[in-house]
Design a binder for this molecule. Structure first.
Ligand SMILES: [Zn+2]
Length: 198
């Protein structure tokens, strides 16, 4: 799911961005009202790792949240999406084995997402979690790799964090005592590479 400027999109396993109806529910979302503290031109980033290192160098602290938005023409973007699941829901680490991979070259669009501090382990994804959507809002996904030149980078420093939990239902009965750290690393950092290449 990608929320951008008040509009939400769902990137399904076919890579297409579908507008989300107001009535649709989601098991997990991280959202913020975006008011950038920094806006700057980013000359070049040759990889996702380099992008993260570059942004890290601009941040005043590792210990607060940041919302990040990058607009422009991207030389290369690699994203993934996972297919919808039925009950009983398998762990996400199993679901990503069925992930679809999408590649874009020389594409206009927006990267958007968050950088969260290490201490959120267990309730969010520590570090960067970015999604991409094309400028025409037709395609995108969870960002796995990227290369860019002369794009606009905006960073919002976020000093508060509010978490809403479900009222009852399966969430009340699920055993959440196990340590999911490894699973989250595999799922979010794309360490697992057995996906269906498209
Ligand atoms: Zn994601």
């Amino acid at each position: 799911m990608i929320g951008l400027a008040g509009t939400f999109y769902q990137i399904k396993a076919d890579g297409v961005a579908y507008p989300v109806e107001d009535s649709v529910k989601t098991p997990f979302a991280v959202v913020s009202f975006f008011t950038p503290d920094d806006t700057l031109e980013l000359d070049t980033a040759d990889s996702y790792t380099q992008l993260k290192r570059h942004i890290d160098g601009l941040l005043p602290s590792q210990n607060i949240f940041y919302a990040i938005r990058i607009d422009g023409n991207f030389k290369y973007i690699k994203t993934r999406s996972v297919p919808g699941q039925q009950k009983p829901y398998p762990p996400l680490v199993e679901v990503v084995k069925e992930q679809s991979i999408f590649e874009f070259h020389d594409i206009d669009g927006t990267i958007v997402g968050f950088r969260s501090p290490d201490y959120v382990q267990g309730i969010n994804v520590p570090g960067y979690h970015l999604h991409f959507i094309t400028k025409d809002r037709n395609a995108g996904g969870h960002l796995l790799e990227c290369r860019m030149q002369e794009v606009t980078l905006q960073i919002d420093h976020i000093n508060n964090f509010f978490m809403a939990l479900p009222h009852g239902g399966d969430f009340y009965r699920t055993d959440l005592a196990q340590d999911k750290k490894k699973d989250v690393e595999i799922v979010e950092k794309g360490t697992l590479r057995r996906g269906v290449e498209k």
